[in-house]
Design a protein around this ligand. Structure first.
Ligand SMILES: Cc1cc2nc3c(=O)[nH]c(=O)nc-3n(C[C@H](O)[C@H](O)[C@H](O)COP(=O)(O)OP(=O)(O)OC[C@H]3O[C@@H](n4cnc5c(N)ncnc54)[C@H](O)[C@@H]3O)c2cc1C
Length: 273
C-alpha cells in the first residue's frame, strides 16, 4: 500500500485540461444521466447530478484558488476570473456546491457516533490522539446541529417506486465513476478525484443505506480509506464554500460589474428530491 501526504500534495492547478479532462467529466455526467449532453437531466437522478456538479464546482474553485499565475517566476495565487468563468457566473453550480456540502455535512453528523468511536491509526500515537479529539470536536460541534437541517428528504427518495433498483443503480454508477478516475492522466488530479468520489460514495452509503444511528453503528464497518475520504471531502467542500464567500467582494472589482451574491442565489437546499 502507498501512503500519500495530502498536505504535501494540495489540490491545486496542475495544467491538466483539454479534451482528455473534458472527456472524463462528460463520461462522469453521462454515466449519471444519459441525457446530460442534450441538457436534459433525468428528474429521478437529479440528486446525483447535483452532487457531482457540486463536487466539480469545488474542484474548479480549488484550481482557481491555487493557480500558477506566472510560470516563468513560479508565482502561485488566486485566479478570480477563472473562478468566475467556471463556477460563480453559473448560479446552479454554486447552488450545487452548497447542496453537496450540506449533503456531506449531514452524512458526517448522522455517522457521528461511529466516527467518534472509530480508531484512528496514523502510525503515530500522538497524531492518533489529536485526530480522535478533532473528530470528536467536529462531529459533536453544537453549530453542526443547527447548520445542518435536512438538505433533502433521503427517506422519501428510497420510499418511491422502484427504490431497490435506484439504490443498486446508484451503487453501480459509483463503481463506474471510480473506474473512470483511473483514466485521469494526471497523478495529482487522479489522487484527489478518487479520494473525493470515494468520500461522496461513503456519504451516500451513510445517508441512504440505514436510517438510524443505532443501525449505522451495528451494521457498518467502514474501511479506513472511506472515513479518510469522507472527512477530506468535507474539508474540501467547506473550504470551497468559504472561498466563495471570501472572493465575492473582490469579484465586482475584477469583473468590473455587479455580480449576484450567494445570498441572492436560489435556495441552497432547493430542488429537493
Ligand atoms: C476528477 C477530476 C479531478 C481533477 N482535478 C484537477 C486538479 O486537481 N487540478 C487541475 O488543474 N485540474 C484538475 N482536473 C481538470 C479540471 O477539472 C478541468 O477539466 C480542466 O481545468 C479544464 O477545465 P474546463 O474549463 O475546460 O472545464 P471542465 O471543468 O473540464 O468542465 C467540462 C464541462 O463540464 C461542464 N461543467 C463545468 N463545471 C460544471 C459544474 N460545476 N456543474 C456542471 N457542469 C459543469 C461545462 O459544460 C464544461 O465545459 C480534474 C479533472 C477531473 C475529471
Amino acid at each position: 500500500m502507498t501512503y500519500v501526504n495530502l498536505q504535501l500534495n494540495p489540490e491545486r492547478y496542475t495544467g491538466y485540461s483539454g479534451p482528455y479532462a473534458k472527456r472524463i467529466w462528460d463520461a462522469v455526467y453521462l454515466d449519471n444521466c444519459p441525457k446530460y449532453l442534450a441538457g436534459e437531466i433525468c428528474p429521478e437522478k437529479n440528486i446525483l447530478y447535483k452532487l457531482i456538479s457540486g463536487l466539480h464546482s469545488s474542484i474548479s474553485i480549488h484550481i482557481a484558488a491555487d493557480y500558477l499565475l506566472d510560470e516563468a517566476l513560479n508565482t502561485w495565487g488566486r485566479n478570480l476570473t477563472l473562478m468566475y468563468d467556471r463556477v460563480l457566473k453559473f448560479p446552479d453550480r454554486v447552488d450545487n456546491l452548497y447542496f453537496t456540502f450540506l449533503f456531506v455535512l449531514r452524512a458526517v453528523t448522522k455517522a457521528a457516533n461511529y466516527l467518534d468511536e472509530a480508531s484512528y491509526d496514523t502510525g503515530n500515537p500522538e497524531d492518533d490522539l489529536k485526530t480522535q479529539s478533532w473528530i470528536e470536536q467536529l462531529v459533536y460541534h453544537p453549530k453542526l446541529k443547527f447548520a445542518c437541517p435536512l438538505p433533502f428528504n433521503e427517506v422519501r427518495l428510497w420510499k418511491g417506486k422502484g427504490e431497490p433498483d435506484l439504490m443498486q443503480q446508484i451503487q453501480k454508477q459509483f463503481r463506474n465513476i471510480s473506474a473512470l478516475m483511473d483514466c485521469i492522466g494526471c497523478e495529482k488530479c487522479r489522487l484527489w478525484g478518487k479520494l473525493q468520489f470515494l468520500g461522496l460514495g461513503t456519504a451516500l452509503k451513510i445517508l441512504f443505506s440505514v436510517n438510524s444511528q443505532e443501525h449505522l453503528h451495528k451494521m457498518f464497518q467502514f474501511q479506513q480509506n472511506e472515513v479518510i475520504a469522507l472527512i477530506n471531502l468535507l474539508n474540501r467542500l467547506s473550504e470551497s464554500v468559504m472561498l466563495v464567500h471570501e472572493m465575492w467582494p473582490s469579484l465586482e472589482k475584477v469583473m468590473g460589474k455587479q455580480v449576484s451574491t450567494p445570498s441572492d442565489q436560489p435556495s441552497m437546499t432547493g430542488g429537493h428530491v
